[in-house]
Design a binder for this molecule. Structure first.
Ligand code: NCC
Length: 273
């Protein structure tokens, strides 16, 4: 396979990904049971310069905090804290993308830990390959719907969206088409989903430590003492292929990857297809 140009891949991302959130108007969510908890309208965000902060152990000792906070919006993942790690990861959180496992398995913590009460929350769940919304609703990977409602009851003012189940496999198809090998048939990581969401919302996206810098380490997360190579290279998620694609799309300098784990991506709004 010949590799498509970055411009062509950006157009695939723009033209083929459904960035919509689930609203109270579509079946099976258009019921009185869901009405109090779901937004009536899709998310709308038009942002300038955005930062995406991976949870990698190599964020430690990066001193990237003030650079990250200098962006117009910051996206973080799952339980990634700021607090005591501010110097390295910053303190602003505009969007937090969480997986359905976190809000179900760690529900007590999710509902009570104040770190989740900032910014806009978005949850996603690994859906069966190209299933329709009804099939997924019957058989989500984690049954997070009750946890979602529970959180919304406690924090009714905080925007909290459910990502549509289609986008992950539309993105997976693009990853597969642009990879010389077969990739594992599991959805992309939260990291990759968050990056393309921000490419949709923002003029420009700086991503930190998704491509590992010279600080690269087997420590999984910057906030935990847990060692596992798979966190950076992937096991369940096709992380290696995600990272190859992001490297291909990088408009920044290679030395910024080496020194800061930083890549710069063009927002999808500003491209010509
Ligand atoms: O670890 P996780 O991911 O929360 O990390 C968020 C995103 O950061 C990027 N990352 C992380 C660590 C690392 N060393 N290198 C990286 O590039 C990845 O892009 C990653 O997606 C997930 O994707 O949702 C994931 O979630 C965790 C876990 O469910 C949550 O942290 C909640 O506790 C998964 N871990 C386990 O299930 C044990 C992880 O596989 C994927």
């Amino acid at each position: 396979t010949t590799k498509l140009s970055p411009e062509k891949i950006l157009c695939q991302l723009r033209n083929r990904l459904d960035f919509g959130m689930i609203t109270a108007t579509e079946s099976p969510f258009n019921t009185s049971e869901w009405e109090p908890y779901l937004p009536k309208k899709n998310i709308t965000m038009q942002l300038g310069r955005c930062a995406v902060v991976s949870s990698a152990g190599s964020m430690r000792s990066s001193h990237l905090g003030s650079e990250i906070d200098g962006h117009d919006a910051v996206l973080r993942f799952n339980g990634a804290p700021t607090g005591e790690f501010q110097v390295d990861v910053g303190k602003e959180t505009t969007i937090r993308l969480v997986n359905s496992q976190l809000i179900t398995v760690e529900e007590q913590k999710f509902v009570s830990d104040p770190q989740y009460n900032f910014g806009t929350l978005i949850v996603w769940d690994p859906a069966p390959y190209h299933s329709d919304i009804h099939e997924w609703y019957q058989k989500p990977d984690y049954n997070f719907f009750e946890s979602f409602k529970h959180y919304r009851k406690r924090h009714p003012e905080q925007p909290f969206y459910i990502l549509n189940p289609y986008m992950q496999w539309q993105l997976w198809d693009i990853l597969q088409e642009n990879s010389p090998e077969d990739i594992q048939p599991n959805p992309p990581s939260s990291g990759m989903l968050g990056i393309v969401l921000m490419m949709n919302f923002c003029d420009e996206v700086d991503v930190y430590e998704f491509l590992p810098s010279k600080r690269r380490t087997d420590i999984c997360h910057y906030y935990q003492k847990f060692f596992d190579q798979a966190c950076t290279m992937g096991a369940y998620h096709p992380l290696l292929f995600e990272k190859n694609m992001i490297k291909h799309l990088n408009r920044g300098k290679d030395e910024d990857i080496y020194n800061h784990g930083k890549v710069t991506l063009t927002g999808l709004r500003n491209i010509q297809c």
